[in-house]
Design a protein around this ligand. Structure first.
Ligand code: C2E
Ligand code: MG
Ligand code: MG
Ligand code: MG
Length: 278
C-alpha cells in the first residue's frame, strides 16, 4: 500500500526500489480509474473570520473512496499523482467541482463566501491556467475574487520563472493566491517580497505550540506582523484548542481554520450546520 511505499523509499536495495516503482504504478493506475469512476469527492473546511459565526471562506479538500469503501487521504495519493500528468486531470476535476459547489453555496444564501482550492505545481506550468479558470468561473457565474488558490513554497522552488508569471496573471484577474503551509518551506523573505500573493496560511506546526512554547509564540507573532505590514491576510491553520484561538485573536489573527471550529465536512453537512445570515 501507499504507506509502505513511503517507508520503503528510504531503503536502498534494488528489490525494494523495484517494489516501490511497482506500487507507485499500481496506485497511478487506480487513480486514473478513480477519475473515470468518479471516486473522488470533496470535503469543505470553513475558515472563520472574527468570531466563529462568520464563515469567510471554505477550503476544498479532496478524498478518494476506494471500491472497498475505504476513504484515502490526499497526503497518501496526491504525492503519487504529482509524479505524473494525472495531477493535472485531478486538479481540473477539483476546480470544477469546487466551483460547482460554490455556486450552490451562493444560491443557498452564503452569498459572499470564498472558495480556497489547493493547487499542485504542474497545474501552473502545464496548462493555460488563467484561461481555463476564466472559462470555469464564467460557466458557474462566479466572480474571480470568490476564488483563492493555495500553493506551497515548495511549488515555487520548482520552476519559479514559470510559476510566478502565472500567479501574477491570476492576481490581475482578481483571483486570490494564498501561500499554504507558510514557514515550513525555504522561501527567503526576499523572495516573499516579490511574490504576487494575497494571503499567507500559518502552518499548523507553529500553531501547535501555542500559547506555551516561546519559539512558536515568537514565530506566529512575527508572521502576523509580517502579513499586516505586507498587506496580506493571515490565516492560521490547524487551530485545535481554545488557548490557541485566544492567543491568535489577541495578536490580531482573525482568520481561523481548525478542528476547534470545524472539521472538513461534506457540502450538505456544511449547509445544514451554518446560518448564511451570520
Ligand atoms: P493543506 O492544504 O495544508 O490542508 C490542511 C490539512 O490540515 C487538511 O488535511 C485538513 O483536514 C487538516 N486540518 C485542518 N484543521 C486541522 C486541525 O485543527 N488539526 C489537524 N491536525 N489537522 C487539521 P487533508 O484534508 O488530509 O489534506 C492534506 C493535504 O493534502 C492538504 O494540506 C493539501 O496540501 C493536500 N490537498 C488536499 N486537497 C487537495 C487538492 O484538491 N489538490 C491538491 N493538489 N492537494 C490537495
Ligand atoms: Mg491548503
Ligand atoms: Mg496547509
Ligand atoms: Mg499541507
Amino acid at each position: 500500500n501507499a504507506l509502505s511505499f513511503f517507508s520503503n523509499s528510504t531503503s536502498h536495495t534494488l528489490a525494494a526500489q523495484q517494489s516501490d516503482v511497482a506500487q507507485r504504478m499500481t496506485m497511478e493506475a487506480e487513480l486514473r480509474q478513480a477519475l473515470v469512476d468518479n471516486a473522488f469527492f470533496l470535503e469543505y473546511q470553513p475558515i472563520f473570520q472574527g468570531d466563529e459565526h462568520h464563515m469567510q471562506s471554505v477550503e476544498a479538500l479532496i478524498r478518494w473512496r476506494r471500491a472497498s469503501g475505504e476513504v484515502v487521504r490526499p497526503d497518501i495519493f496526491i504525492p503519487i499523482a504529482e509524479q505524473s500528468a494525472l495531477i493535472v486531470n485531478i486538479g481540473r476535476w477539483v476546480l470544477r467541482q469546487a466551483c460547482h459547489d460554490l455556486a450552490h453555496l451562493h444560491r443557498a444564501g452564503f452569498s459572499d463566501l470564498q472558495m480556497h482550492v489547493n493547487m499542485a505545481a504542474p497545474e501552473f506550468t502545464s496548462t493555460d491556467l488563467p484561461d481555463e479558470l476564466s472559462v470555469v468561473l464564467d460557466e458557474f457565474g462566479i466572480a474571480t475574487h470568490h476564488l483563492c488558490l493555495e500553493l506551497t513554497e515548495g511549488m515555487l522552488m520548482h520552476q519559479p520563472d514559470k510559476v510566478i508569471p502565472v500567479m501574477r496573471a491570476l492576481r490581475e484577474l482578481g483571483v486570490g493566491i494564498s501561500l499554504d503551509d507558510f514557514g515550513v518551506g525555504y522561501s527567503s523573505l526576499a523572495r516573499l517580497k516579490r511574490l504576487p500573493i494575497s494571503s499567507i496560511k500559518i502552518d499548523r506546526s507553529f500553531v501547535h505550540g501555542l500559547p506555551d512554547l516561546t519559539e512558536d509564540r515568537a514565530i506566529v507573532r512575527a508572521m502576523i506582523e509580517l502579513g499586516r505590514h505586507m498587506n496580506l491576510s493571515v490565516i492560521a491553520e490547524g487551530v485545535e484548542t481554545e488557548e490557541q484561538l485566544t492567543f491568535l485573536r489577541q495578536h490580531g489573527c482573525s482568520l481561523i481554520q481548525g478542528f476547534i471550529l470545524s472539521r472538513p465536512v461534506p457540502l450538505d453537512v456544511l449547509i445544514a450546520s451554518y446560518n448564511p445570515l451570520e
